[in-house]
Design a protein around this ligand. Sequence first.
Ligand SMILES: Cc1ncc(COP(=O)(O)O)c(C=O)c1O
Length: 444
Amino acid sequence: MVITIGSLNFGQIFSLMQRDTITFDLIKKEEDRQQKGLELIASENFTSHQVMEAMGSALTNKYAEGLPGKRYYGGCEVVDEVENLARDRAKELFGASWVNVQPHSGAQANAAVMLAVLSAGDKMLGFDLSHGGHLTHGSSVNFSGKLYQPSFYGVDKDTGTINWDQVGIIAKKEKPKLIICGASAYSRDWDYKQLREIADEVGALLLSDISHPSGLIARGLLNDPMEYSHIVTTTTHKTLRGPRGGMILMGENFENPWGLTTPKGVIRKMSAILDSGVFPGTQGGPLEHVIAAKAVAFSEALSDEYFHYVLQVQKNGRALARAFMDKDYKVISDGTDNHMMLIDLRSKGLTGKDAESALINADITINKNMVPFDDTSPFVTSGMRIGTAAVTTRGLKENDMAKIASLIDKVLINKTNEQMIIDVKAEVNEWMRSFPLYAETANV
Ligand SMILES: Cc1ncc(COP(=O)(O)O)c(C=O)c1O
């Protein structure tokens, strides 16, 4: 299409230009993939239309470096209201007294905290990546392991759970400045009270990274880290079901323990130190369109419907872990408190890589994952990680979990039988057709 410029300005011209069908066709293709598949990746979920609408809004045009009321750019009156709304809702949701909603992701939130509270070379203690921890908790390939001096705690070989006394022993030996708890693949709850006692004993700050279970924590289904942690970080796109992003919270604000002062000689609050860890420390302009989407998601998460949702996520997790154990799969720690489970496939003679690729051919998505004391590489792995956040958003209930375990078992037993995989895929696609992602497309 050729557009005659005439009296149109460039904004109008660009809005009339031929649609970028290549990109939008790919987006449609991805929507179809999500619609027809069985999504069991523990870190994924499906946001609502209004969350996506906020993300695709005019707020993406606005630069707003700084914080509401204290920006480096003019014209921030509206985005100030948006960011304050997101902050107020986040505080209400988590019972926090302070929050920064600007981190672009979970990794950015952790980077900002570490920059704020550690100096290069300082010691920190985190949960071992190969036992279920996260890259940003001190892995040697991540900034956290390159800039700081990490040591790690792990799970007990027999129980698959963390022994908190053991964490205390390591902390006393290592004397870290920061203790990090939280995980990417740990299915049990955390003892924040004991971790805080350990942190106090060794003079460390306690950072709880609740990225995975934050939705369940917000609605009181798991132990509450707010009371005991100095600082809490989370992603907003996992169980919280918001846009891809992160945030930093504190139950109580406090004076920084290093005696840092303002130019006027006043002891700086930790909130100010964390704010500057985000901007100008590690980020530039905040993504106000994503912050608007966070505000929408937080309001959804405060609803009764969301409480029933997270309750169902947890029930489904327990039912799915039970269903796998009934089929003689080794679920690490023999169950789950949240919704996530790590399955050791060695007793089935399979690797995580085998399982992931066989299942994807049947439109079932899980991810291969290292299991504690794994003897393979991270590219192969001996396990698979599964979670119920996404399938619960689609409406699946406890009695559907046995079917999921059966379908997965069928694929894994018959992974070289092409026809069998084709049949399972057809069954999955047909099944998922009756659980539309959005009400607008539901056959009601
Ligand atoms: C515990 C934990 N922290 C941080 C992150 C990083 O989040 P993002 O991928 O948004 O950077 C993840 C992501 O999986 C996580 O599981």
